[in-house]
Design a protein around this ligand. Structure first.
Ligand code: ADP
Length: 465
């Protein structure tokens, strides 16, 4: 950091040196010539327009610019000079006039001007001689001569040089101080953050990134802290997932193995017992396959960016088809399904995924229904949305557990012992799908009274054909 700062400081000082000293030396004369030419132009137009003003104009301009001006009309010298400048070596200037004149007449151009540098015996420095035709018509010739001392710039340059040495030293000192300060403020915390990040790389997510008063560093540290937290959570979730999955698979697998052994060793010959045992094996394998497919859905939703295939469809139609698949429960096991809905409830969503949501919610209502075995599904319009509610009169969920039922692998405390059929993934799939739809959802529940799970989807106006 210090090297870069020093390079920048030295670079700037160097450019200043070049600009000031180099260009001062060579630019000064150029500037003088330009100035003389400009004044020549001004005087010419003054002469052509209103020659009565000319004398005043010449006086003005020569004082301002420190020029010595002579004018020649019809080959007679008329002299103008700055009043205060008696010391000017007028004669040596006049000596230059034949040469200037010669140069001017040598040129065919009536606009011509001539200029050159010469030295006088009076002054150590050079003088610039300049001549220009004010009028070139025969018999009316008028020429203006301007002499401008070219004061030496060497003394100025040597003063500047001294100053630049000071400026360079001060710049380097400031660079050193500022670079040191910034290194302390930026580079050090970045080093610390890098060290902490390496530590995090080894799997230690309990690290804290420390920022400082610089908002950028602070933002970086905060972002990394959030990242560390998220990674830690993801890590824990992954570990939990593996633990849960292996636990959840272990029980049914043990059951399958023990019942298969039982059939082999004991019940093989007894058709009734064998049937019961085989049914256990079938139930357990269904459970395992449900678990595996739920996990597949969840991981697909988490890892890949799911694209919803949204279409317009009728919410009541798909609900009715799901409820129809429970018909066997109605006819053989005494379940009662009550479904109320408006005539038409068109929504715009991913049909298959919403089907899965409804199936999971009704499936839960069946699993956790009360002794009345009643499951109610109701669709109604709320504002511009359709709200679907699935209610049961079951055990309900404790208020403090309500927010957690949407978590993966969460089973309420009352249910943990009892439920053998649940995977604990159903509601987290529901949450995932509804979140993708930006849909609102929720649950109301009262212990021993029952639960109502609901969600809302945007309604689409029935299209008129
Ligand atoms: P599971 O496969 O265990 O049902 P879910 O994610 O579907 O997993 O549900 C999570 C937990 O929420 C369930 O284990 C249960 O404790 C509770 N739960 C879900 N639906 C209901 C309901 N209708 N009534 C009471 N408890 C419910």
């Amino acid at each position: 950091m210090w090297t870069y700062f020093a390079a920048v400081a030295i670079g700037i000082v160097f450019i200043l040196w070049i600009l000031q000293i180099f260009f001062l030396k060579y630019g000064y004369e150029k500037m003088k010539i330009q100035e003389v030419e400009r004044v020549g132009g001004v005087l010419k137009s003054a002469y052509l327009q209103d020659s009565s003003q000319l004398t005043q104009k010449i006086n003005e301009l020569s004082v301002v610019n420190d020029f010595y001006v002579m004018m020649e009309v019809n080959r007679t010298h008329i002299l103008f000079s700055p009043d205060q400048d008696n010391a000017l070596p007028v004669f040596s200037y006049q000596n230059q006039i034949p040469k200037l004149k010669e140069k001017l007449f040598a040129s065919k151009d009536s606009q011509a001007s001539a200029s050159y540098k010469f030295s006088t015996s009076f002054e150590k420095y050079n003088t610039l001689a300049y001549g220009k035709f004010l009028d070139k018509t025969e018999g009316n010739e008028a020429i203006i001569y301007i002499f401008s001392p070219l004061y030496p710039v060497t003394s100025t340059i040597s003063i500047l040089k001294d100053q630049f040495i000071n400026v360079t030293l001060i710049a380097l000192l400031l660079t050193f101080i500022i670079a040191g300060y910034l290194a302390n403020k930026i580079a050090r915390p970045i080093k610390d953050i890098t060290y902490t990040a390496k530590q995090m790389g080894t799997g230690d997510y309990n690290v804290t990134f420390r920022g400082n008063s610089f908002s950028e560093i602070n933002n970086l540290a905060n972002t990394l802290n959030v990242t560390a937290y998220e990674l830690g959570m993801a890590d824990t979730r992954q570990k939990d997932l593996i633990a849960n999955v292996s636990h959840d698979l272990k029980t049914p697998l043990t059951m399958v193995r023990s019942y298969a052994e039982m059939i082999r060793d004991l019940s093989g010959e007894n058709p009734e017992k064998r049937k019961t045992h085989l049914n256990v094996i079938i139930d357990e394998s269904i459970r395992m396959s449900n678990l595996v497919s739920d996990m597949a859905t969840i991981s697909a939703m988490r890892t890949a960016k799911i694209e919803l295939k949204k279409t317009v469809f009728d919410l009541s139609t798909i609900t009715a088809s799901i409820l129809a698949s429970y018909e066997i429960l109605e006819s053989q096991e005494g379940y009662v399904f009550k479904f109320t809905h408006p005539k038409e409830c068109k929504v715009y969503a991913d049909e298959d995924r919403i089907k899965q949501v409804i199936a999971n919610l009704t499936g839960n209502a069946i699993k956790y229904c009360g002794t009345d075995k009643l499951v109610k599904v109701n669709i109604r319009k709320v504002g511009k949305k359709y709200r679907l509610e699935v209610s049961d009169n079951g055990p309900g969920i404790k208020a403090e557990e309500l927010p957690h039922v949407w978590d993966r692998y969460y089973k309420t405390s009352s249910n943990y012992v009892r439920a053998t059929s649940g995977t604990g993934l159903g509601l987290s799939i529901v949450k995932e799908i509804l979140t993708l739809h930006h849909a609102e959802y929720g649950v109301n529940s009262k212990i021993d009274k029952g639960s109502t799970f609901w969600f809302e989807l945007e309604s689409i106006k029935p299209q008129k054909s």
